[in-house]
Design a protein around this ligand. Structure first.
Ligand code: SAH
Length: 393
């Protein structure tokens, strides 16, 4: 099928990836604006969604599921909508082209190395998924082969053959997922080529990205989003800053140059490891990181009476928690910059701030063209004298 602006996607009707493939890009942005405006208009004025000049091939992280076809052929691509049938995908409009080509070539190499695709029903076969991440600014490429058992036959020759086709690959890992699960990655991981992670540059900082760490998938839009978040924070160099749900430390590390000190809190152990390395590599000495649940952390520091001037919060799609927001209000930072990938949970969480905080600015971004996700960044300022409504009785 062709999208309305003329790009062809032969998989759009089956593939569960792009729900908006049949809308042209302007229409997608209008619809996203309507959605986010409906959810956030009670908090403040919502400006138009900032979209991309070229909304294609923006994904720096590409995942393909492998499985056997009916005639014994190898299928690799995405699951059909609401099913576990694999749509064999040759090319994709939103994925990075180099990453897609690597996955196709892995598929081509498999028979000569006797690597069988994993069969979900029988549990037979080896290769379950391939994950490719590419640093758009550095060109570094990570390939993760997700296997049902730890042994890859003729491993060294397979690596050699893949590198011959794709010398741009800088690291290859084996991840073992031997469980009956819809999760892509298992616990066990082994580096079989290169350093085990890639790096990417963003707004003057260099970031290390491991297989399991969160890193925004659209680096072009991420730059705009982060720049806005830092602008909203209004840093002068004097502030104590908290970066809650900090991932590999991206936002806090970029902010650190403009702040007195930063504290990053993140639940994912590997991401915290990356964040610590990222601080070292960027010679940032005024940020520390803690591996902890953001709610538990903030409840504790609020009890201890600690002070932060600015708080960034960037929770996952499920949003934050009421306990987090209540403790945040108790901490009473001057400004809160909330970065959200789900306007529904954002609207819910903003209500929890109550009268103590006022939404000053909202800016939605289209980080995921052709899909229905909407990212927003919101600035909340502490209200100096919240009006107390007196009960007339
Ligand atoms: N700010 C980062 C990451 C945002 S994604 C960036 O821009 O790259 C959300 C992050 O929240 C993920 O890294 C996830 O691991 C983390 N997370 C999820 N639940 C959490 C919790 N309860 N406490 C702390 N971090 C959590």
């Amino acid at each position: 099928m062709s999208t309305r602006d003329g790009m062809i996607c032969p998989y759009s009707e089956k593939c569960g990836g792009c729900s908006l493939w049949n809308q042209d890009y302007e229409e997608q942005l209008d619809n996203k604006y309507r959605q986010v405006n409906k959810l956030l208009k009670d908090f403040g004025e919502v400006p138009p969604v900032i979209g991309m000049g070229y909304p294609y091939h923006y994904r720096n992280k590409v995942h393909a599921v492998f499985g056997p076809g009916k005639k014994g052929q190898i299928l690799c691509g995405v699951y059909e909508k609401n099913s576990h049938r694999i749509v064999d995908v040759e090319s994709c409009l939103i994925e990075d082209k180099i990453s897609t080509a690597i996955i196709r070539d892995i598929k081509e190499l498999m028979p000569s190395f006797k690597i069988k695709p994993y069969n979900e029903d029988s549990g037979y076969g080896l290769l379950r998924h391939v994950l490719v991440r590419r640093g758009f600014s550095t060109g570094e490429v990570m390939v993760v082969l997700v296997l049902s058992s730890p042994i890859l036959p003729s491993k060294n020759n397979f690596v050699k053959a893949l590198l011959k086709l794709h010398p741009e690959i800088t690291t290859i890992l084996i991840n073992v997922n031997d469980r009956d699960t819809s999760m892509v990655l298992g616990e066990q991981e082994k580096v079989i080529y290169g350093k085990g992670y890639i790096v990417d540059d963003m707004l003057g900082c260099r970031f290390r990205i491991s297989a399991k760490s969160f890193y925004q998938v659209n680096p072009v839009q991420t730059k705009h989003l982060y720049r806005k978040a830092i602008e909203f924070a209004g840093l002068t160099g004097e502030e104590r800053v908290l970066d809650a749900y900090c991932g590999t430390g991206t936002i806090g590390l970029i902010a650190a140059a403009h702040a007195k000190e930063v504290m990053g809190v993140e639940l994912n152990y590997e991401a915290v490891g990356d964040a610590i390395q990222n601080a070292k590599q960027n010679k940032i000495k005024n940020e520390r990181f803690l591996c902890a649940d953001a709610t538990e952390y903030i409840v504790d520091v609020a009890k201890m009476g600690e002070h932060f001037d600015v708080v960034f919060m960037d929770p996952p799609r499920a949003g934050s928690t009421k306990a987090f927001v209540e403790a945040l209000v108790e901490l009473a930072p001057e400004r809160v910059v909330y970065i959200s990938c789900n306007p529904e949970t954002l609207a819910r969480d903003l209500k929890w701030f109550g009268r103590e905080y006022q939404v000053e600015q909202i800016q939605p971004y289209d980080m995921f063209p052709f899909t229905d996700h909407i990212e927003s960044v919101v600035l909340l300022n502490k209200v100096q004298n919240p009006i107390t409504y007196l009960n007339p009785q």
